[in-house]
Write a protein that binds this ligand. Structure first.
Ligand code: C6P
Length: 409
C-alpha cells in the first residue's frame, strides 16, 4: 500500500521549518529531496568503501568498483534497459545530451541533414544541437505545439522525412506538464531512418519508463530529480550506436591502449566514462532507484496524477489565474500566472510562508516566447507531497493576490 505518511518520514528535510512555518517543498522538478537511505548509502560508501574504481586491486578498490557497477545494473533494470552495456553514467541529463550531440552529432551530421526537435524543449536539448548544427551545417527544425500545449503530431509527420537524422524530444515537459507521445515519434523516426533521443529528466522520476518499449535510441535522465544525489545522471544508448560513436571526453579509463600519437578505446560503457567518475553519487542513485522500485513507479504515478489533478482543480479556483498546458494527461506539476503579480514576487512572498516554488523561464525561453510570457510560477509535486500542502499553496496565493491588488495597473 502507498502510505504517504510513512514515505514522508523517510525524508528528514521535510521536517524543516522556514521561520515558524513548516516547509512545503514544491520545487521538485528542479531537484527532488533525498530519502534517508540515499543519505545513508553516501555516508556508508565514504565511511567503509571509498576508493577509486576499475584501477586498484586492493580490497577497497574492489568494493567501490562492485558498488558502482551494482548501481549501474540497478539503474539499467529501473529503465528497462536490456543490459548494462549501453548504460553510461554522466553528470545528468545536460551532459548526456551533450555527449550525443558531440560524439554522435559531430560524426554523423552533414550539411543538408536535419535534426527535428520541438518547441517545448528545455535548453539542454536545444543548445547542444545548435552547437552541433553550427559545426556541421545541419539544420534544426521544430515540431510546434497546439494551443493546449500538446505537440502537433500532424506537423511532426510532415517535418520528419529523408533528411531527418535525429528526432529529439522531452518525454514530459518541465513547464506544461505534458506527456509527449514519444513512442509514436520514435516509430516515425525509425520509419524515416532517423534516431530518436528522449530527454527523460521529467519522466524517469515520475512515470514507469522502459527504454525498449519507448523504442528510442538514446534516453537521458538526472539522478538528482529522482531522489538521488546531484552530480550523477544517465545516458542509455543502443550499444550498437554507442559503439560507432567517437568518444566524448578523453582521459583515464576510457582507453584501451595509448601511444604518443593515437589511442584505442575501452569497451562500452567505459569508453564514455573518462576520468574519475562521481562514484559515491552513482552508488547513491542505486539506493534511490531501489526505493523507487520498492514503492512501485505505477503507484508513484498514480499518487502524483491524483495530487496534480487536485492541485489543478484548487488552483483553478483563484480568480484570473492562467494555468499552462493541457487539462488531462499531465504529470504532477502546474505552471501558472496570476494577473498583476510577477512570478518572482510571488515566489518570494510564498517563501515567507515556507513554501518553495519556482518562478522564471524554467530554461525553456523559446517556449516562454511561444506562450507570450517572460516567466511563469511553477509548483511541482513529488511522491511525498500531500493535499494539505496544495491547500497551503492555494491559501498563500490567495493572500498574495490580495497583497498585490492595490498595485494593479
Ligand atoms: N529542469 C527545472 O527546474 P540537469 O540540469 O542536467 O539535471 O537537467 C536538465 C533538464 C533537462 N530536461 C528537462 C526537461 C529538464 O526539466 C531539466 C532540468 C530544471 O525545470 C532545472 S532548469
Amino acid at each position: 500500500m502507498y502510505d504517504v505518511d510513512e514515505i514522508r518520514r523517510e525524508f528528514p528535510i521535510l521536517d524543516r521549518r522556514i521561520g515558524d512555518k513548516r516547509l512545503v517543498y514544491l520545487d521538485n522538478a528542479a531537484t527532488s529531496q533525498k530519502p534517508r537511505r540515499v543519505l545513508d548509502a553516501l555516508t556508508k560508501y565514504y565511511e567503509r568503501h571509498n576508493a577509486n574504481i576499475h584501477r586498484g586491486v586492493h580490497r577497497l578498490a574492489e568494493e567501490a568498483t562492485a558498488a558502482y557497477e551494482e548501481s549501474r545494473a540497478k539503474v539499467a533494470r529501473f529503465l528497462g534497459a536490456p543490459g548494462t552495456t549501453g548504460l553510461v553514467f554522466t553528470r545528468g541529463t545536460t551532459e548526456s545530451i551533450n555527449l550525443v550531440a558531440y560524439a554522435w552529432g559531430r560524426k554523423n551530421l552533414r550539411e543538408g541533414d536535419e535534426v527535428l526537435l520541438t518547441e517545448v524543449e528545455h535548453h539542454s536539448n536545444l543548445v547542444p544541437w545548435q552547437l552541433a548544427a553550427q559545426a556541421t551545417g545541419a539544420r534544426l527544425r521544430f515540431v510546434p505545439i497546439r494551443e493546449d500545449g500538446t505537440l502537433d503530431m500532424e506537423e511532426a509527420g510532415r517535418l520528419i522525412g529523408p533528411k531527418t537524422k535525429l528526432v529529439g524530444c522531452i518525454h514530459a515537459s518541465n513547464v506544461l506538464a505534458t506527456i509527449n507521445p514519444v513512442v509514436k515519434l520514435a516509430r516515425m523516426a525509425r520509419e524515416a531512418g532517423a534516431l530518436m533521443l528522449v530527454d527523460g529528466a521529467q519522466s524517469a522520476p515520475h512515470l514507469p519508463v522502459d527504454v525498449e518499449a519507448l523504442g528510442c535510441d538514446f534516453f537521458a535522465c538526472s539522478g538528482h530529480k529522482m531522489l538521488g544525489p546531484t552530480g550523477v545522471g544517465v545516458l542509455w544508448g543502443r550499444p550498437e550506436i554507442l559503439e560507432e560513436m567517437d568518444p566524448f571526453l578523453g582521459g583515464g579509463e576510457m582507453i584501451r591502449e595509448v601511444r604518443l600519437d593515437h589511442s584505442t578505446y575501452n569497451d562500452l560503457p567505459y569508453k564514455f566514462e573518462a576520468g574519475t567518475m562521481n562514484i559515491a553519487q552513482a552508488v547513491g542513485l542505486g539506493a534511490a532507484v531501489d526505493y523507487l522500485g520498492e514503492l512501485g513507479m505505477e503507484n508513484v504515478r498514480e499518487h502524483e496524477r491524483r495530487l496534480g489533478e487536485y492541485a489543478y482543480g484548487r488552483l483553478s479556483e483563484l480568480e484570473g489565474i492562467e494555468i499552462y498546458g493541457p487539462k488531462e494527461e499531465r504529470t504532477g506539476l502546474v505552471s501558472f500566472s496570476l494577473p498583476d503579480v510577477h512570478p518572482h514576487d510571488l515566489s518570494q512572498l510564498l517563501d515567507e510562508e515556507g513554501i518553495a516554488i519556482r518562478s522564471g523561464h524554467h530554461c525553456a525561453q523559446p517556449l516562454m516566447r511561444r506562450l507570450g510570457v517572460p516567466a511563469t510560477a511553477r509548483a511541482s509535486f513529488y511522491l511525498y507531497n500531500v493535499e494539505e500542502e496544495v491547500d497551503r499553496l492555494v491559501e498563500a496565493l490567495a493572500r498574495a493576490r490580495e497583497f498585490f491588488r492595490p498595485y494593479a495597473i
